[in-house]
Write a new protein. Sequence first.
Length: 581
Amino acid sequence: MIEELHKRETVRPNELLMAKMPSSHSSLHFFLTGQYLIAANTGHLFSKSGLKSICRSYLSAKEQSNESKLFSAEQEAIELMKSLREKRNEVYRTDPTQFEEDCKSQEYTRKDYAQRVLLELMQNADDANGEEPIGYKGLGFKSVLNVTISPRIHSGYLHCEFNPQKCSNELTNAGIQTDISSCDLPILRFPFPFPVDNEPQRIKEMISKYSTVIILPFTNSLACKRLQEEWSKCIENITVLLFLHRLERVIWVSQDQEKHIWYCNRKANDKNADLFSVPKSDLPKKWQINRFEECALAVPLDLSERPAPLKEYLNLRVFFPTKETNPFPFLLHGIFPLTQNRNYVLLDDEDGETEDAISNMVEMIENFLTEIDSTGLFLDLLKPRIDPTGMEGLEKYLWESVLDKLIDMPLPGSDSVALRNINICPQNNELPYSWIRSDAFRLNLWNKFKEILKQYRPNGLKSLNFLPPGVDNEDREKTLLAVNPSARLSAEELRELPILPIEGKDIPFAPSQVLIFMPPKDQPPIPPKEIPMQFVDRKFLKTIQEEEYSKAFNEFLILKCCVKISLVSLYALIDKDFRST
């Protein structure tokens, strides 16, 4: 379907601008010129409560349910607009302080949603396509005041505008005196009718094709520039669709830039989504979405449709991007209270909303990671953005909270070894010279050594708390060190592990536990019981010596695990012990 729509919509750009959206496809169409922005969407029309929610700072759920019906005629919409203006005038006459409070409230909300005009219009379009809209308070719509003082709305029988000059005249006619500039008046409290016939032909055509059309004439050139800057940032960020619920397509058309189209094909279970954009984006196409309470997590899927970490770390979302850094290589979204500029989470909110959201997010991440059955993938998805010692604020709290949940969890594919107990390869300065060409070379040798050890050591790698062979790499080492700074073995700690398979024994021995010798070529002698010594398993040693890196392995065994002496010295030792007894 996506390819068919793309083909149809890229034939003639003018037809794309005016094409009627299929009723089964929830869409939003942005059209940007140097004079105004148009946002046209499919979905539910503005209801009576929808208009009221814009004209008030708050609309209760009870009021919404009583006023959720659509307008039955244009005249009904005109009468409601008149009623809203009259009631507001009466409030100001009765309580003059309310006028000043409304002016301040509008200005505060405008700043609260600065640089989020396009994002909030996307949120509104998503709500319009749902059975239970989540943004009924109308606060997000007030973001448009950052670029316009005269927005217009056309939706079904509702055709209205908010105009500072008309608002000023309304207040004057009602006997309300003010010295506030018309641009700073509470204009969204005063809706006025705006006939469709007064619109340019382009806008008339869009009104005939879409459910709701919002026109934002720019206040000045600075407002236009501000919107263009936001446009440039948003247009490359298709992932904003992942945490919305219904919006499937966004079309971006500008007079000065290349046309962009976003598609989000949401699966029936709401756990998977395909993203597709024109021009093509470098971002992954297939995504898995996990939801818990009011939080969500989105992770790319590879060609086998298994989760895969993002190549770059993207900031925390509250539907849309904030400036809060995210410690994990997947997208995170939560309903957090934000600072006025909506860039940061309020960590010390009085209502405890942040604490609840963090708790839900941590549980969601825990649930997601515990479903991963691959050791390597688990560590890749747990890889922190930076060393945890450099984390601050919310990022640090999230990392530590998730780690607290996972630290005692058995690592997938590791014989039920807890994450905190995993041992990793000694560092270069603890290893023979032939091992230290690079970290990649060191870990390649370590993985090969573990493969051989697993084959010949009784019970394989059990009780050593090593990662499975082939899993170790530089990034996963860093992850394990971020989890547990003591994860790296020293040479001495390695000598204390029962690491070596022993000739004729069904249990491995630790080099620090007993003298371990390289076996002679013929049948090894059987030393007296009084002498604490053993021989390395010959098959194990033979396999090591046949490897491409046999010299490095021998050096590793000799210098770090075993004591190599000649047979002459061995027999001398035995003879000496016999004489002493």
